[in-house]
Design a protein around this ligand. Structure first.
Ligand code: ADP
Ligand code: MG
Ligand code: MG
Length: 885
């Protein structure tokens, strides 16, 4: 129904059949709109006749005739897509007012003020929607016909000393209608049409065209609504909220959409029409006593002013909520004391409200557990997991600048301009906001220490954005208003200078930057969240692990419900705070040129690996931890500074020149496809051996200490089972040696990443040796597309804008290609070994759509960054529920 009639049309029909008071009308389907677009913007041949027939029916029900000179019917022409796009498309009201029908309606109602009020609204909407927007006219900012007419109205009110539209007299309205019509001819070069049918068809065409209006297109991009759907047109008899003091119009929600509180909540205006309530022309009145607030407490509620109508409205919202078993967003109009329902739909809500409503409705018995699980979207959960700026305080704060919303939540702190300062000031126990031109890997510790990150450059996939999202950290990137002066430790924004130590507040979900302190609220402390997640887990089939390489991250992830680690990157210990010592050992390994030298260096490195591995396995006691063998970009570890080079020369007992030339020899043209991963182990077995030893010794020690380590060894960037076999010989020998030395049994499993297309294609062979697969979909995407993930910034935007690809494949798994390789890999692998354990450890493991895919293709688990663990749990449960529906 919704697909054909659009949400608005389907629900109007539904309300009708529930016996609720809805003005008569009919719906032109979304299919007609699609046909209209496919057919060079021509209406289907039969449409005119069908519309005429339908109008005749509406005329009969309403007892009025469209365009009649005695008893004229007026119509509204309303857009309505399958999924609601609030305010994105157009609606025209009061269609059918003309030089014949105006006198007739005045005679019939005896209310000329109302008639001319309706007429001036028609001229304003029609000239804007039909004569300007639908004609593709793009006036300069502030010069559109709507703005011009609005300012004429404003001037008139000013001149007469009126405060509200409702103060305008009949004479004023007659005057303004004439002036409007003159202005329309002058600006648009065409007269406002006086023929009701011409108005109607203009309205229908304009609604269709509004599907491809700028706002609508932009909204669809953000919400992922397909362009092919089209909009329906609802043609409906007008009812009038502007007939005097016993008429009104309003908008309401069956529960509070911001908090979820179960209170009928809304706003209304007396003697008004259409969107006056949301347009902010007057402060609207509160609906009832219970929901009055600071702004509107002095204004009368509908409950007081029209108690009978309020009661009827209350009963209707209640039965709508029961009927649709969800919170309803409704629009209504009261014409001379009679209530009319004009719209209902499932209401949009914040993450907090979604959670509260789901739990309340479950307790009330309105919905079952499965529905409750489906009621909160994974993105809303994301919102819940981060402290946010208090929306009330934020609404009053002055916006300094806007950037891209790269990492969610809110952050408040002193501004600093370098990573070191961030660490220093944070160590003093102060909250800091790190401001950078852009960030690079060296800033990682500073980013970690900061509450929020703000950069002048970079996009949504920039380093800062990726890292921040992984940590669930508030981050705004690409904020071009920032003019940073690093030397003076200051930033200029719109001519104002802000210095180190000044306080900023960031809203990373909106990309908004404020000066000064805005208080934050922490939504995840909500015990309801915990309760909700327990229900979620009942329906989940897919396991959820985390990508973590430190005990802190691991502990954090367990808090979020992680059931293991799906990716521990050994090279992680060479970045960040305590990296100096192991890094210098690694440099020695890399730059050794004899076997003896290398073995000696590797032996020095091993204890560092063991400690890191042990710390994390200890935290994850009893849960599996997948260790990926070293997969370092070698060139990143070559010493650059004079000091480091000298130090290393001394250690290796060679000249500085020699260090430099060995470093140069390691230079690779394309390091992403270079000497990395298992390839290192093939060339230098001692590097793999050191890692096996470190892992097994750590495990043996933990077992001795009474722990229950579950190491899994994962070999990266493999292309052949022979690589796995080659390394396995080394692995088994060391395993046996350590077991013997410590006198313990160490259970482990041996598997591989599948991240190169060749490995996916040869998965059946890989599974002869591998006991598990973990799909490394970052590299798999990179190699399937031939896009270097680090270099997509230059063209990804154009590819998305021009719709060459539908989505960034590094964020959402590309199912037809990368997904096909994954499916092929699973099928091949399970053919050989039906018990093969399969997971995913790319960024996609935390993307809800990709998680659904992983469930569908039968993976055992997904692995994602700690903050995304609850999101993956929810997405997995939803996938399981949807599968059975
Ligand atoms: P949107 O999708 O932007 O909400 P609508 O089609 O719902 O647009 O129209 C906006 C407003 O116009 C409605 O909320 C209602 O107040 C008014 N409206 C629409 N149709 C009618 C009608 N038949 N009679 C009276 N008012 C109407
Ligand atoms: Mg609207
Ligand atoms: Mg509406």
């Amino acid at each position: 129904m919704k697909n054909l009639l659009g949400g608005k049309g389907a629900n109007l029909a539904e309300m009708c059949s529930l016996g609720m008071p809805v003005p008569a009308g009919f719906t032109i389907t979304t299919e007609t709109c699609v046909e209209f677009y496919n057919n060079n913007m021509q209406y289907p041949a039969t449409l005119k006749e069908e519309v005429d027939d339908s109008i005749a029916k509406v005329e009969k029900v309403m007892g009025m005739t469209f365009g009649d000179e005695e008893n004229p019917l007026l119509l509204s022409c309303r857009s309505g897509a399958r999924s609601s796009m609030p305010g994105m498309m157009e609606t025209v009201l009061n269609i059918g007012l003309s030089s014949t029908t105006i006198p007739a309606l005045i005679k019939k109602t005896g209310n000329p003020r109302f008639v001319y009020d309706a007429y001036r609204r028609l001229i304003m909407m029609y000239s804007d929607v039909v004569m300007e927007k639908a004609e593709g006219i793009e006036p300069k900012e502030g010069e559109g016909i709507r703005v011009q007419l609005d300012s004429m109205l404003h001037e008139l009110k000013e001149k007469k000393g009126y405060e509200n539209d409702s103060d305008l007299s009949t004479e004023d309205l007659i005057e303004i209608c004439d002036a409007f019509k003159e202005k329309v001819v002058k600006v648009l070069g065409k007269p406002f049409p006086d023929d009701p049918y011409e108005q109607l068809w203009g309205g229908i065409g304009a609604v269709f065209k509004s599907w491809n209006g700028k706002r609508a297109i932009a909204y669809r991009r953000i919400e992922g609504i397909p362009d092919e759907w089209g909009t329906a047109v609802n043609v409906q008899a007008m009812v009038y909220g502007n007939m005097g003091d016993n008429s009104a119009t309003g908008v309401a929600f069956s529960r509070n959409p911001a908090t979820g509180e179960n209170l009928f909540y809304g706003e209304w205006l007396v003697n008004a029409q259409g969107e006056d309530v949301v347009a902010g022309i007057r402060t609207p009145n509160p609906l009832n006593e219970a929901t009055k607030n600071e702004q509107n407490k002095h204004l009368g509620s509908l409950e007081e002013s029209m108690p009978v109508v309020y009661k009827e409205l209350y009963a209707i919202q209640d039965s709508l909520e029961r009927h649709f078993t969800d919170m309803q967003d409704i629009e209504f109009t009261i014409q001379e004391g009679k209530l009319w329902m004009l719209q209902c739909r499932v209401g949009k809500r914040t993450g907090v409200a979604a959670l509260n409503m789901a739990m309340d409705m479950l307790q009330e018995g309105l919905i079952d557990e499965k529905s409750a699980v489906l009621r909160v979207s994974p993105n809303q959960l994301d919102e819940l997991l981060h402290p946010i700026l208090n929306p009330n305080t934020e609404a009053k704060a002055k916006l300094l600048a806007k950037g891209l919303p790269a990492g969610p939540g809110g952050a408040v702190g002193q501004i600093v301009f370098t990573s070191e300062d961030a660490i220093k000031v944070a160590a003093e126990g102060k909250d800091v906001i790190l401001i950078r031109e852009e960030t690079n890997p060296e800033d990682v510790e500073g980013m970690r220490a900061a509450k929020g990150i703000l950069t002048a450059r970079g996009g949504m996939t920039s380093h800062a954005a990726l890292v921040a999202r992984g940590w669930g950290k508030c981050c705004i990137v690409g904020c071009d208003a920032l003019k940073i002066n690093l030397k003076n430790r200051e930033v200029t924004i719109n001519g104002e200078i802000y210095k180190e130590g000044d306080t900023f507040s960031l809203n990373g979900s909106k990309g908004a930057v404020y000066q000064g302190v805005i208080d934050t609220i922490d939504a995840s402390e909500n015990p309801r969240f915990v309760e909700y997640m327990t229900i979620v887990d009942k329906y989940r089939v897919l396991g959820v692990r985390t990508n973590a390489d430190t005990p802190e991250d691991a502990a954090n992830a367990i808090g979020f419900g992680a059931e293991g680690i799906g990716l521990f990157r050994i090279e992680h210990m060479f970045y960040g705070l305590d990296a100096e010592a192991p890094l210098s050992k690694l440099r020695k390994v890399i730059l050794s040129d004899t076997l003896e030298q290398r073995v000696a260096a590797v032996n020095e490195l091993e204890p560092y690996i063991r400690e890191a591995v042990k710390g994390t396995m200890k935290v994850m006691d009893g849960k599996p931890v997948t260790f990926r063998l070293l997969d370092p970009p070698l060139h990143e570890f070559i010493p650059q500074t004079h000091e480091k080079i000298a130090e290393l020369a001394k250690e290796l007992n060679i000249s500085e020149e020699e260090v430099k030339s060995r470093g140069d020899a390691l230079h690779e043209v394309n390091p992403m496809m270079g000497h990395r991963g298992v390839r290192l182990g093939i060339t230098y077995p001692e590097i793999s051996q050191a890692q096996f030893r470190a892992i097994f010794e750590a495990a043996a020690q933990l077992i001795k200490e009474g722990g229950e380590p579950q190491p899994e060894i994962m070999v990266p960037v493999t292309i052949s089972v022979r690589e796995l076999d080659d390394q396995k010989v080394l692995c088994e020998a060391i395993h046996a040696e350590i077991e013997k030395r410590y006198g313990v049994n160490i259970t482990y499993s041996y598997g591989t990443m599948i991240e190169i297309p060749r490995a996916a294609m040869l998965a059946d062979e890989m599974a002869n040796t591998a006991q598990f697969f973990s799909f490394g979909t970052n590299d798999l995407t990179q190699m399937t597309f031939g896009f270097s993930r680090d270099d997509i910034g230059g063209f990804m935007g154009d590819y998305l804008d021009k719709k060459i690809i539908d989505a960034d494949p590094f964020q959402t798994l590309d199912q037809p290609t990368v997904g096909k390789l994954v499916e092929m890999g699973i099928k091949g692998g399970r053919n050989t070994n039906p018990k093969l354990k399969i997971g995913i450890c790319g960024e996609h493991g935390g993307d809800p759509q990709s998680v659904e895919f992983c469930h569908r293709v039968g993976m055992n688990y997904v692995s994602c960054s700690p903050f995304r663990v609850p999101i993956a749990r929810l997405a997995a449960a939803q996938a399981a529920i949807k599968e059975y529906e």
